[in-house]
Design a protein around this ligand. Structure first.
Ligand code: MGD
Ligand code: MGD
Ligand code: SF4
Ligand code: MO
Length: 717
């Protein structure tokens, strides 16, 4: 049934799929949210989370005004007072202890919030700190690093040309649930189904028989953390069986011999035990990639593992070696209307290791340090110790290793301010929480996702509802904080106030920034020099979006290496291979932990939406029947999961959907009951999985968090 009222169109900002929504508004309230069948990218697709935007907007636990933590609980504070207090205290810490004493953590929703993404850059510039953290070291860093090393640009991110590909080998991704990651799909299920409908195949390697396995032709269990070994064995096969067109490859790539030499050490027989995949299957999977339009696509299951940086390199290498790189039907590059590449290169730098964390010496990547360093940077006294923190759209107590210890470190900070609509496990430690308007009250432009989309398109979404009286969006909060911090860092007196006024007047609106980037971009009107080209006004006039065509070859525009050739064997990876060889030969832990995502959740933060959390408890530990029997674990009963870092007690679900020797727990649970916190979320079962993960044991090259393949013990609890 279609509700009466006025229809407004909007792209959903909850995940990377960019679903177009048709929102019915009646009497100032949202009465219905449906998929927009006319959306050029998503063609009507949506998931249950899209409809939940209404409940999120109406959630009484969502903060509507800045809140100050006091001994007696939270008190509402007027915006001007809250912003001034935050800026004064941040500037004071910076002046007394140096710029690095103030740290910032930005979380995942920044990727779907253009105002937030732009505003965070403004605030980071005002703070001038090297202690910048974000969710990438729990997520995509290995992919960004591979792009930097092999293509010469961390923003040259390959995406599957899913509408034309014929064969997909998928590892460590669950798009039936995640709706695609670093692969914005729009019409997710139809696009995956489409591969098979045109006679193509999808093969999945995953330690769990996932929801995606049901959409694939073939699924094999793969032991967590063993992807790099498996991919090397596949390369071994291709080189040993002379299935690589070396002459053609020489035109496209360098480092061929070094890659082949590395692969030679990983015969399929040598890795079948550690991967759990028979050598004959590994050989076949490799040979299948030699047919035209055959790709390897991998995501977070690789990135979060101990050898994820190596594995992410090898995924790209395989696609180049088989000739399925930057060609239709292969892995390609998006050509977005707003290309963030040039700005990111200026603001973040396209580099690695320009500075290191003070205590452990972990390297920055594209301007951010690994989150696993946050705890020690706050706990360890001395010059440069982090004494104040800004968080934006994140919950690192639930999302980074050894969350409880991070929580204790946060409680000891001199000052903390969080830009977030909720009191959560992290923001409960803030002195001030500054909430933005709800997603329906702000405009939306997918600044990042168009750069990783499987088809080129552009769309600007107007706010569906007018913002509540006096409420601010993320861009306004962050830029206002930025100009006040900049002024107060200069001086507490007149000069500081004058600088703030000048900076405020010079700060463009988020729309002005978008308009400039659009007009300067590939499809832009070049400020009048190319009549007919895009402007923001033109994009706004198309509420269902504008289709800009299939992915196209990019060549040296994306491969920014000498003579446009990909480097297949960067030194940094070759140096790490002996470590992988030792791991392959080492005794294996009897039981390792992997993660899990659910369709009706988004990391830690949709757990307060009644329509999404209803139904069976999804927070339990999946255990293979043989592993359960050996440990006396019974389906439905409590079990204690333990590592040397901590332990949690959760309910067991015995199932052969997980591989023998593997248990699975979702992340994002364990909200606890914080005063002023979300009430529904605090009553859910489940535990914070990052009680178990270790911030001191990180990936060897980048220092990324190891969140999968974690050795655990399990016993009846
Ligand atoms: N063990 C384990 N840990 C993991 C993972 C795993 O698989 N296993 N996955 C990791 C991954 S991939 C990621 S990306 C991280 C995610 O972890 P984080 O990025 O640290 O946290 P989220 O759970 O996404 O929390 C998002 C917060 O942003 C707020 N928020 C939502 N929308 C907005 C908005 O528009 N503006 C503002 N200001 N705030 C908003 C929400 O209220 C919530 O508090 O977790 C990582 N942690
Ligand atoms: N509904 C929903 N959608 C989401 C999110 C959400 O929480 N809920 N989170 C969003 C975020 S932040 C991200 S980063 C994306 C992630 O998007 P995806 O990467 O597609 O999603 P995951 O479900 O984490 O898939 C990872 C898969 O890797 C497997 N795995 C674990 N360890 C290994 C390993 O060592 N090797 C291999 N080969 N596989 C392994 C897991 O069993 C799992 O099936 O999803 C996004 N979309
Ligand atoms: S798939 Fe993602 S973008 Fe689409 S409706 Fe669901 S949450 Fe929103
Ligand atoms: Mo993520």
């Amino acid at each position: 049934m279609i509700a009466a009222g006025e229809l407004r169109y909007r792209t959903c900002s909850l995940c990377d799929a960019m679903c177009g929504l048709a929102v019915t508004v009646d009497g100032g309230a949202v009465t219905q949210i449906r998929g927009d069948a006319d959306d050029v990218f998503s063609r009507g697709h949506m998931c249950p989370k899209g409809a939940a935007l209404r409940e999120l907007h109406e959630d009484p636990d969502r903060l509507r005004s800045p809140m100050r933590r006091t001994a007696g609980g939270w008190e509402a504070v007027p915006w001007d007072e809250a912003l001034d207090e935050a800026a004064t205290r941040l500037a004071a810490v910076s002046r007394a202890h140096g710029t690095d004493a103030v740290a910032m953590y930005s979380g995942n929703p920044m990727a779907n919030n253009h105002g937030g993404a732009l505003g965070v850059q403004a605030l980071l510039a005002a703070l001038g700190t090297h202690n910048r953290f974000d969710a990438n070291s729990q997520d995509s860093n290995p992919k960004i690093f591979a792009a930097m090393q092999m293509y010469g640009d961390g923003l040259s991110i390959t995406v599957p040309d899913i509408d034309r590909v014929q064969h997909v080998l998928m590892l460590g991704a669950n798009p039936a649930v995640s709706m695609g990651s670093v692969m914005s799909l729009g019409d997710v299920r139809a696009r995956l189904r489409g591969v098979r409908e045109r006679g193509g195949r999808i093969v999945l390697l995953d330690p769990r028989r996932t929801e995606t396995a049901a959409l694939c032709d073939e699924h094999h269990f793969l032991r967590p953390g063993s992807d790099a070994a498996l991919l090397l064995a596949m390369l071994h096969t291709l080189f040993a069986e002379r299935r690589v067109d070396i002459a053609a490859l020489r035109m496209r790539a360098t480092g061929i011999e070094a890659l082949a030499a590395a692969a030679r050490r990983f015969a399929p027989e040598r890795v079948e035990d550690v991967t759990g995949v028979p050598a004959s299957v590994i050989r076949r999977l490799a040979r299948e990639l030699t047919a035209p339009s055959s790709i390897v696509y991998a995501r977070v299951g690789l990135c979060q593992s101990e050898h994820g940086v190596l594995a992410s390199w090898l995924v790209e290498a395989l696609n180049v070696v088989t000739g399925n790189f930057d060609v239709p039907g292969g892995m390609m590059f998006a050509s977005p209307a707003v290309d963030i590449g040039p700005i990111a290169r200026v603001l973040l730098g396209n580099a690695w290791g320009r500075w290191r964390s003070r205590v452990r010496g972990l390297p920055e990547l594209a301007g951010s340090l690994p989150s696993a360093a946050m705890i020690e940077e706050m706990e360890t006294p001395g010059a440069g110790q982090v004494r104040a923190l800004v968080t934006f759209a994140g919950d690192p107590v639930l999302s980074t290793p050894n969350g409880p210890r991070l929580g204790r470190a946060l409680a000891g900070l001199e000052f903390m301010v969080s830009v977030d609509p909720y009191v959560n496990a992290t923001t409960r430690h803030a002195h001030l929480v500054l909430p933005p308007v709800s997603a329906l009250e702000r405009s939306h432009f997918a600044l990042l996702m168009h750069s990783v989309a499987v088809r080129n398109s552009v769309k600007y979404s107007e706010a569906v509802l007018p913002a509540a009286e006096g409420a601010l969006d993320d861009y306004a909060i962050l830029t206002e904080l930025a100009v006040r911090v900049a002024g107060k860092r200069l001086s507490a007196g007149t000069a500081g106030r004058a600088l703030t006024r000048v900076l405020r007047a010079a700060t463009p609106s988020a729309d002005a920034v978008l308009d400039a980037l659009l007009r300067a971009g590939t499809y832009g009107d070049r400020f009048g020099a190319r009549p007919g080209g895009l402007t923001l006004a033109k994009v706004r006039a198309a509420p269902h979006g504008l289709d800009l065509g299939a992915l196209r070859r990019c060549g040296p525009e994306k491969v920014r290496m000498p003579r446009g050739r990909v480097e297949l064997a960067p030194e940094v990876y070759l140096r790490a291979l002996p470590g992988l060889e030792r791991w392959v030969a080492a005794p294996r832990a009897p039981l390792v932990l992997i993660g899990r995502r659910h369709l009706r959740a988004m990391n830690s933060w949709l757990h307060n939406v009644a329509s999404l959390v209803k139904g069976p408890d999804r927070s339990g530990l999946l255990v293979h029947p043989d592993d359960a029997r050996e440990r006396g674990v019974v389906d439905g009963s409590p079990v204690r999961v333990e590592t040397h870092v901590g332990s949690v007690t959760v309910r067991a679900k015995v199932t052969d959907d997980v591989m023998r020797g593997v248990v699975s727990l979702p992340h994002g649970y364990g909200h606890g009951a914080a005063p002023g916190g979300p009430r529904i979320a605090s009553t859910l079962g489940g535990a914070n999985v990052n009680v178990l993960t270790d911030e001191t044991r990180v990936e060897a090259i980048l220092g990324d968090s190891i969140l999968t393949g974690v050795p655990v013990t399990v016993a009846p609890g």
